[in-house]
Design a protein around this ligand. Structure first.
Ligand code: NAP
Ligand code: F7E
Length: 324
């Protein structure tokens, strides 16, 4: 039997690494697109690099995308690449639009030109709901983005829907709520906290500087969420799905749990710092993933406490190894 072949953009990121592992377990041949950087950043994929094929391309360069599709002929494309850090999107709004918004059109167009039968997944985001007009948020909740990143993701969502309706392409948009893991970038709040807790516990730091502690997020485990991406492309019809736990917690609660896990009180260490406040905040996100649960048979396996403990444990281990 022919092996199924999938192309992942953003394979060096958190989700790309978990998705690649998942697809390898399903017996796929995995092609990973990486962009040229002056220093190689394969930290998250080095443990399975010999099992995948890496190709060079960039969402800013449509010719590179067409060439990759022509040469490797995948049957599924997972478009995970993006400038994904919300805070940076205010400092670099045009660059964020180029990658996170127009990059989606470039990838969709490359698929349309090379082989419109390719199944396409777009990494959409709960940030599109922004200043929420409904609680909880579903596939039908209107968007109200609050950052250049959120605005770019709304464009990426609608261009995916538009290519599906214009060209009859199998294009799906997964509206994923925050998902975290020990592989999360250190700039995102959950990893910043788990890493900070571990540093303080090991005597490497004395405080942790954060922004808005009252923001509430629907946090799940990234390893659980990549399965939903794959399930979307295995259905008879393309569609859009919310993927979420259905629970919300504040940044403060995350701190309480993470510090408490190592017998510390977050109030003794967390310092609020204006530098981490945002020009416009997303106060509350909570997703209703009933459609994904009913149609895809997907549900999260890791709860909030398990996620927090997993991340603190991993950072304690990492720092112990680094400081041995
Ligand atoms: P991430 O860790 O920041 O990874 C982003 C990936 O995109 C990296 O591999 C990065 O490559 C790549 N990339 C950035 N610009 C590129 C470009 N111009 N051309 C090619 N590759 C480029 O993000 P993540 O957390 O895994 O998220 C994956 C996707 O899901 C993103 O689109 C994100 O916006 C979206 N999303 C994430 C969440 C979440 O909670 N994690 C929720 C909803 C949606 P380098 O390694 O070279 O930088
Ligand atoms: O912030 C607050 C901050 O940067 C979460 C991306 O994956 O998920 C992510 O976007 C909350 C915000 O993630 C700090 O103000 C407080 O309210 O971890 P974050 P995000 O902005 O929710 C969505 C779904 C995506 O699609 C994005 O790609 O935490 N917060 N203090 C802080 N945030 C950060 N980063 N750093 C702080 O010190």
């Amino acid at each position: 039997m022919m092996k199924r072949r999938a192309l992942i953009t953003g394979i060096t990121g958190q989700d790309g690494s978990y998705l690649a592992e998942f697809l390898l377990r399903q017996g796929y041949e995995v092609i990973g697109m990486v962009r040229r950087t002056s220093t190689v950043n394969f930290e998250r994929i080095k443990h399975f690099q010999d099992q995948i094929t890496l190709v060079t391309g960039d969402l800013a360069d449509e010719v590179s995308l067409i060439s990759i599709l022509r040469e490797h002929r995948p049957s599924e494309v997972y478009n995970l690449a993006a400038q994904s850090f919300v805070q940076t999107s205010w400092a670099q709004p045009v660059f964020t639009g180029e990658t996170t918004a127009l990059g989606v059109t470039r990838m969709l167009d490359a698929v349309r030109i090379v082989d419109p039968e390719i199944r396409f997944y777009q990494a959409s985001s709960s940030e599109m709901f922004g200043k929420v007009v409904e609680v909880p948020q579903t596939e039908r909740t209107p968007f109200y983005p609050r950052s250049p990143y959120g605005v770019a993701k709304v464009y990426g969502h609608w261009i995916t829907v538009n290519y599906r309706e214009s060209y009859n392409m199998f294009a799906c948009s997964g509206i994923l709520f925050n998902h975290e893991s020990p592989r999360r970038g250190l700039e995102f709040v959950t990893r910043k906290i788990s890493h900070g807790v571990a540093r303080i516990k090991l005597g490497l730091d004395e405080e942790l500087r954060l922004g808005n502690l009252d923001a509430q997020r629907d946090w799940g485990f990234a390893g659980d969420y990549v399965e939903a991406m794959w399930l979307m492309l295995q259905q008879d019809h393309p569609d859009d799905y919310v993927v979420a736990t259905g629970e919300t917690h504040s940044v403060r609660e995350f701190c309480e749990l993470a510090f408490g896990y190592v017998d510390l009180d977050y109030r003794d260490y967390v310092v609020q710092d204006e530098r981490f406040m945002r020009p416009a905040e997303v106060d509350l996100l909570i997703g209703d993933s009933s459609k994904a649960r009913a149609t895809l048979g997907w549900s999260p396996k890791t709860n909030f406490q398990e996620l927090v403990h997993m991340m603190v444990d991993a950072d304690l281990q990492l720092l112990k190894e680094q400081n041995r």
